[in-house]
Design a protein around this ligand. Structure first.
Ligand SMILES: NC(=O)C1=CN([C@@H]2O[C@H](COP(=O)(O)OP(=O)(O)OC[C@H]3O[C@@H](n4cnc5c(N)ncnc54)[C@H](OP(=O)(O)O)[C@@H]3O)[C@@H](O)[C@H]2O)C=CC1
Ligand SMILES: N[C@@H](CC=O)C(=O)O
Length: 425
């Protein structure tokens, strides 16, 4: 079959970009058949053309002039990361009539509306499967497979670094610091792991998924975000004793008057499907009215898995160039508001250290009753003159629990109030 030629510009040749170069070369004949176009890699923009690269990267294609490269491209793959210059380069590519494939979740969760509007104006396409959960085709699932359904909730483990750290703390009883050092040695965590451990990477991903699923605008700043820095070995051990694991969950839920979106360390019951997602793996569970519960599982990071997602977008974008049509447009027609974090409803636990005296439990229970929060379970472990009390509620709004926690901090019997943690399953 005769194929047209499409010029591909690659911006960035790091962990993911270098794997994209390898797969583009190794599978070029198959790709030509799949999309009806020969994909010609015409250049690779990097920051430092003299830096060492894997042998399969053709050095003659390297350039530090991304702008000139974009001018000659039909399709641009952005794998630089960060906000700038990625934003400016993507806008330039879209405005010049090129479709764009990117894995840049930080950019999409910050400047998504601007990029989607530029895409529609230029009558091209923007693809970003790699931006959420690496190899797992969850963007496609939300954008296309579930387009005939009403999504009601999404929850997922979408950050491999934090899942690896929490898993090491659970299975090897390592401290947070030791588990983080291991993750850095293995290359999961960055030298500066803030975006991972503070929950920002997961926040960007859930913002992207919520925007698609609920046809509304959700940005990273809308996400109520908590990371894992404060998780202690004691909390992990207590969770294990009680039949739970602690996971950094990203969740987005449809409520009667809007949506709630959060990232938080969460007690997940061992029987819940997300509890068994271990190491650097990711998983996303969607709930929708007709399909019910679906679960997507796989490698959420790494060069080759992420390159697989990038190339699926490249093949789709190229086929659209050849055969016509567009990827579904991102239309925020539902415009659901993101509700304040305090209104997020769920089951929560709160851990207290108290003096072990008669009447203490009654005084602790009092603010729960006053705020209309029903207690589902109480566990007390005596420890000399103190006791550790762990209270699990029935479904209640987070705001009520925060108010109760503040009041408990002033209770003379309470020595310490631990973190408020959502519970799943
Ligand atoms: N790594 C992963 O597992 C995953 C990554 N992603 C996303 O994919 C994207 C790429 O990530 P990753 O490959 O890990 O990033 P890397 O840091 O490994 O690579 C970034 C690349 O961008 C190049 N670059 C940086 N600044 C510029 C610039 N101003 N002009 C041109 N090139 C520049 C770098 O050049 P040089 O090599 O010369 O320094 C490097 O080749 C990010 O958006 C990331 O969030 C998504 C999912 C998983
Ligand atoms: N840092 C991320 C990888 C890319 O999305 C993670 O640890 O999951």
């Amino acid at each position: 079959m005769a194929h047209v030629d499409l010029n591909i510009a690659l911006l960035g040749c790091g962990t993911v970009g270098s794997e994209v170069v390898r797969l583009l070369a190794e599978q070029s004949d198959d790709f030509a058949e799949r999309c009806g176009a020969r994909l010609n890699l015409i250049g690779i923009a990097v920051r430092d053309v003299s830096a060492p690269r894997p042998d399969h990267v053709p050095r003659e294609l390297l350039t530090d002039d991304a702008e000139s490269l974009i001018e000659r491209a039909d399709l641009v793959i952005e794998l630089i990361g960060g906000l700038e210059p990625a934003r400016t380069l993507i806008l330039r590519a879209l405005n010049s009539g090129a479709s764009v494939v990117t894995g840049n979740k930080a950019l999409l969760a910050t400047h998504g509306p601007e990029l989607h509007e530029a895409t529609a104006r230029a009558d091209v396409d923007l693809y970003y499967e790699a931006a959420v959960a690496g190899a797992i085709p969850v963007v496609y699932a939300l954008r296309e497979s579930l387009a005939g359904d009403q999504v009601t909730a999404i929850s997922g483990i979408v950050n491999g670094t934090t899942n690896y750290i929490l898993d090491e703390m659970t299975t090897k009883a390592l401290s947070y610091e030791a588990a983080l050092a291991d993750a850095q040695k293995l290359g999961f965590a960055e030298a500066d792991p803030s975006a991972d451990v503070d929950g920002l990477d997961a926040a960007a991903k859930i913002a992207i998924m919520a925007s698609i699923a609920f046809h509304s605008r959700v940005g990273i700043d809308d996400v109520d975000t908590r990371g894992i820095r404060e998780i202690t070995a004691e909390q992990i051990a207590a969770a294990t004793r009680e039949g739970y694991v602690i996971k950094l969950l990203a969740t987005a839920r449809r409520a009667p008057n809007g949506i709630t979106v959060q990232v938080a360390p969460t007690l997940v019951a061992r029987t819940h499907p997300l509890a068994s997602v271990s190491g650097a793996y990711n998983a996303v569970v969607t709930e929708s009215e007709a399909a019910g519960r679906l679960m997507f599982y796989g490698q959420g990071a790494g060069g080759a898995p992420t390159a697989s997602a990038v190339l699926s977008d490249v093949v789709a974008a190229a086929a659209k160039r050849v055969y016509g049509g567009h990827a579904p447009r991102e239309l925020p027609y539902a415009s659901l508001p993101v509700l304040p974090a305090a209104s997020a409803r769920g089951v929560f636990t709160i851990d207290l250290t108290v003096t072990d005296q008669p009447g203490v439990l009654a005084s602790i229970a009092e603010p729960f009753a006053r705020h209309g929060v029903s207690i589902g379970q109480v566990r007390q472990d005596a420890d000399g003159p103190r006791a550790r009390v762990s209270i699990m509620t029935h479904t209640a709004p987070r705001g009520a629990l925060e108010a109760i926690a503040d009041e408990l901090a002033d209770n003379p019997h309470v020595i310490a109030v631990g973190a408020l943690m959502p519970v799943e399953g």
